[in-house]
Design a binder for this molecule. Structure first.
Ligand SMILES: [Zn+2]
Length: 363
């Protein structure tokens, strides 16, 4: 089933209904707008894994991957896993944000900056689940923008991971070391299939972030970031890689021998934010009546929810005679008469409708 980028609570509700006969789930509590937040329990094993997705409502790719992962887990071939693990899965922590396609919850709070204050009902629900479950591992499932590359010379970061810091010194605590080894195992399992496409996220300590807080409390925590794969703006290819990463991690944790070193974790290229969606060359640009000839124009897509679908609107990012950014796509305008290619800006919005189709994400 293809879900595109918009993943409102209705899709999750339908999924739960369709698997009603073999899924054990309950309502953990309610969001600011009183939507139910579900927790699924799968397996009877001793190793407890808590995972949550869509704490940022517009980060739907990992939730889509959970809809692949959960039926896979329930498959009778995975009996061993279900005897080893108990999974506690909160597939959509921020249903209000998922409905509105926003990062924030209905009170305009970023739930991943609320780990100390716990001012929001969703934050309290996650914390109380954590306190009740006392997980052996925590998986914090997110999505990242298209701007990241997997290292300076890398391609788009389709997946990124982080073993969050537990303190300002970014000490390698026991929990952090365990998470690093687990991430290195995912990297080793997927790096052949996704060369130059796996990155390591910035580990600056922020106690307001949930992953940092759980790591500080001694739980190995793994941040997943679903990112961009060339041409895959609906993130259906990335979704498959997230699913593969989850399977690789579970297979590694099943054996529980920590075979990967800190160095192997640190070898994963560090994310760099040097990508734009599109660079157009050979274009004349007019800003407030002044003409800049034969320029390069960098465009980023802005995601907007319109009539139940996420649309990608080309938006001005930068221009110059030679831009330093990398782009997911390049266009060299073929016009002989450069005056044909003049593009106008007002309030950073691209005004020339002639280019709408050429610059569109589906072109
Ligand atoms: Zn996020």
């Amino acid at each position: 089933m293809i879900y595109k980028r918009y993943f409102p609570p209705k899709i999750l509700n339908d999924f739960l209904k369709n698997h009603n006969d073999r899924l054990d789930y309950n309502i953990l509590g309610h969001s600011v707008s009183d939507l139910p937040i579900y927790e699924l329990n799968i397996g009877t094993g001793k190793k407890r894994i808590l995972m949550w997705s869509q704490m940022h409502g517009n980060e739907s790719t990992t939730t889509k991957a959970l809809l692949d992962f959960i039926p896979w887990l329930l498959d009778s071939n995975q009996k061993n896993l279900l005897n080893t693990f108990t999974f506690y899965i909160i597939p959509q922590l921020n249903p209000d944000g998922a409905e509105a396609y926003t990062r924030l919850n209905a009170n305009q709070f970023d739930l991943n900056r609320d780990a100390i204050e716990l001012s929001q009902p969703e934050s309290l629900l996650l914390r109380s689940a954590y306190d009740r479950i006392t997980p052996d591992y925590a998986l914090n499932l997110h999505g990242q923008r298209t701007i990241y590359s997997a290292g300076l010379n890398g391609g788009p970061a389709t997946l990124s991971f982080l073993a969050p810091s537990a303190d300002l010194d970014r000490s390698i605590t026991s929990a952090r070391k365990t998470a690093m080894s687990a991430i290195a195992s995912i990297y080793m399992a997927l790096c052949k299939e996704l060369p130059d496409g796996i990155g390591r996220y910035d580990d600056t300590f922020n106690p307001n972030c949930v992953g940092d807080t759980f790591t500080r409390k001694g739980t190995p925590t793994i941040l997943f970031e679903a990112g961009h794969y060339p041409g895959d703006y609906q993130r259906e290819i990335c979704r498959k890689f997230v699913f593969k990463a989850l399977k690789a991690l579970i297979n590694y944790l099943e054996n529980d021998n920590e075979v990967y070193s800190i160095e192997q974790y640190l070898k994963i290229p560090k994310n760099t934010d040097d990508y734009v969606d599109l660079i157009v060359s050979n274009i004349d640009i007019s800003v407030d009546g002044k003409i800049f000839k034969n320029q390069q124009l960098a465009i980023q897509y802005i995601e907007e929810l319109k009539d139940g679908e996420v649309i990608f609107t080309p938006s001005f990012h930068d221009f110059g005679s030679q831009l330093s950014q990398k782009a997911h796509r390049y266009i060299n305008l073929p016009f002989d008469d450069l005056s044909d290619s003049i593009l106008y800006f007002k309030d950073k919005i691209i005004k020339n409708t002639k280019f709408d189709k050429l610059f569109s994400v589906n072109h």
